[in-house]
Design a protein around this ligand. Sequence first.
Ligand code: MF3
Ligand code: CO
Ligand code: CO
Length: 316
Amino acid sequence: QLKQNRSAKLALFEYNKLCLTEERSENMKMSKNAPCWCGSKKKYKHCHEEWDNTVNVLRLQGQIVPEHHLIKSPDDIKWIKKAAVINNGILDELEHMIHPGMTTLEIDQFVYDYTTSHGGIPADLGYEGYPKSVCTSVNNEICHGIPSDKVVLKEGDIVNVDCTTIFHRHYADASRMYCVGKVDPEAQRLVDVTKECLEVGKAAVRPWGHVGDIGAAIQEHAHKNGYTVVREFCGHGVGNGFHEDPYVMHYGIAGTGMVLAPGMVFTIEPMINQGKASLFVDEKNGWTAYTSDGKLSAQWENTLLVTEHGIEVLAW
Ligand code: MF3
Ligand code: CO
Ligand code: CO
């Protein structure tokens, strides 16, 4: 009897120690009727109490769980959506604009004018010294192609336009592929399969699933089609900043990595290569990544919100 009491006490002691760790203290202080930490202005018991309970159980099981700062408030989501309206508008307009003979600098000028005239800020401009308002990556360029009046688009080119808009200090990030005139069937297939890679990645997102589910699904689809996945660049949390946790790999193992909880906002942005996965970065500009074998690369990017039931796509 005495021995049993002792071990029960010891277990309780160990449990309390776990509860008093720093992460755990985030919601230890929360009383049921206090306004929720998420900024909803609802009572905690009617808002994120259950969310915290779920996260705390997962944490005790040894899972990597998101901290509260990765959970967007209703206000954050409102502003991210406004940034996304501008961003989506830009990428829609470009569908009609891109044509043989256009320079990538003209794309950049359009992005700057559209963004600023709608009250937004192009997030790329000046970001870590980046010189332009948008990234335009043509053919064998994987990402971070810098718009230039020297790059004249020609029939058969495939170009990724990756655009990020800031509105009221909130960010929306998306990119699409554009085919210049008629492109050859193999280029078209790469563009299409890369879009499918984004879609299977999105379909793998489940509330209380794992970030590794996304990469595993994308990798499988790319390999099945004879393509490779770029490993040096990944998706990312976004919204209150440009690049937040978690990093979203486009390869990996299902059931691993951070738990995906309702309220998280992040991008999925697979870069898929026709040939080898390896790359090199432009020595002169320090930005542009090219396929090491000179073959084509494609990319599509969305910003999405994890909901109780699945996802809401915010920027596309
Ligand atoms: N939009 C890119 C992304 O998807 C980042 C571009 S950063 C820049 O994360 F500086 F190159 F513009
Ligand atoms: Co982007
Ligand atoms: Co991004």
